[in-house]
Design a binder for this molecule. Structure first.
Ligand code: FES
Ligand code: FE2
Length: 330
């Protein structure tokens, strides 16, 4: 049975970065090469030639196939070798095959599942707002962060840091108390509802402070979805809400690249303002995230101290344990 980390869809780059030249990317310590075939479909292989181990990303694309730079073997997008130039009459077989990953494009990003054979079963972040046409979609990031993916997810779920790390933005000194939240388990993860917080800046569009209702959903070990409904008194347009999905490319166990895919119920706001707000918030989180030791998220009992307002963190740690996640935890 493949490990859970191999059964995840994870982002590896902006879709616009994959062109006709080989692009090297890293996912969970694995070097990969991506390119577009003749149909414009993104495809990817482990970045190691089956012949003598040269990096395939040093090669070039000829008629949609990747040609290794060392002896010119040709590979199509699923890894089949189609030609060995030193033996023009030889029909390459499975022992000449390069190892492929499964590749898809979604949400403006290119996604990889490391186990191409079992990609059908792999977990996608559940982002229901993605399919809602009345919501405008905006990608923020990428942001590079020197910590593990689980530390970043846990920070995304944590509301009790708002009045300290985001003082004057998502929280304010004197508004530190976090009322009890509701936690619901599901077959695929968990959900947090009824989380209320007072925010001086409820969103990029707000004009005044106000109460905001938060909902969180977790169904993927390295992703989480947040939905915010600010009180209308904060000056946001009537019916305004926003959903943000946290998307992480774990480069190594303790270094990541992060994107946020936002769905906002507003088509008028200047995209630069929405992005500037997100950049500001993340620039406040990053130094704290990078200061946390160990960088890997501790799952063992008693390794860190939990109190009642850490309900979402505790639920997330249990979720990782249940899935038997080993990458990014200790
Ligand atoms: S190492 Fe790639 S063709 Fe020889
Ligand atoms: Fe934060």
């Amino acid at each position: 049975m493949p490990s859970i980390e191999h059964l995840l869809w994870l982002p590896v780059c902006d879709a616009r970065q994959v062109q006709e030249d080989p692009l090297s990317v890293v996912l969970m310590d694995q070097a990969l090469v991506l390119w577009r075939d003749q149909n414009g479909t993104a495809c990817g292989l482990y970045d190691q030639c089956p012949h003598r181990g040269a990096r395939l990303s040093l090669g070039r694309i000829c008629q949609g196939q990747l040609q290794c730079a060392y002896h010119g073997w040709m590979f199509e997008g699923q890894g089949h070798c189609t030609q060995v130039p030193a033996l023009p009459h030889f029909k390459p077989g499975t022992s000449q095959r390069a190892k492929a990953v499964a590749v898809q494009e979604r949400m403006g990003l290119v996604w990889v599942c490391l186990d191409a054979m079992h990609a059908e079963q792999a977990i996608w972040p559940a982002f229901a707002a993605e399919w809602n046409a009345s919501m405008r979609k905006i990608n923020a990031g990428p942001y590079d962060v020197a910590t593990s993916a689980p530390r970043i997810v846990e920070n995304f779920l944590d509301m009790s840091h708002f009045s300290f790390v985001h003082d004057g933005w998502l929280g304010q000194a004197g508004h530190s108390e976090i009322p009890d939240i509701e936690l619901t388990q599901s077959d695929t993860g968990f959900k947090i509802t009824n989380a209320q917080v007072w925010q001086p800046n409820t969103s990029a569009l707000s004009k005044e402070g106000g109460m905001v209702a938060y909902t969180y959903e977790v169904n993927h070990p390295y992703s989480a979805v947040l939905t915010k409904v600010p009180d209308a008194q904060s000056g946001v347009p009537p019916g305004y809400e926003e959903s943000i999905v946290l998307l992480i490319q774990p480069l190594t166990a303790d270094a990541c690249r992060v994107w946020f895919r936002m769905a906002v119920a507003d088509f008028d706001a200047d995209v630069e303002d929405v992005l500037a707000f997100q950049d500001k918030i993340f620039s406040q989180d990053k130094p704290v995230l990078e200061s946390q030791t160990p960088r890997l998220l501790p799952l063992g009992a008693g390794m860190e101290s939990n109190v009642a307002s850490d309900k979402s963190s505790v639920a997330y740690r249990r979720f990782l344990q249940k899935l038997a996640v080993t990458f990014g935890v200790c």
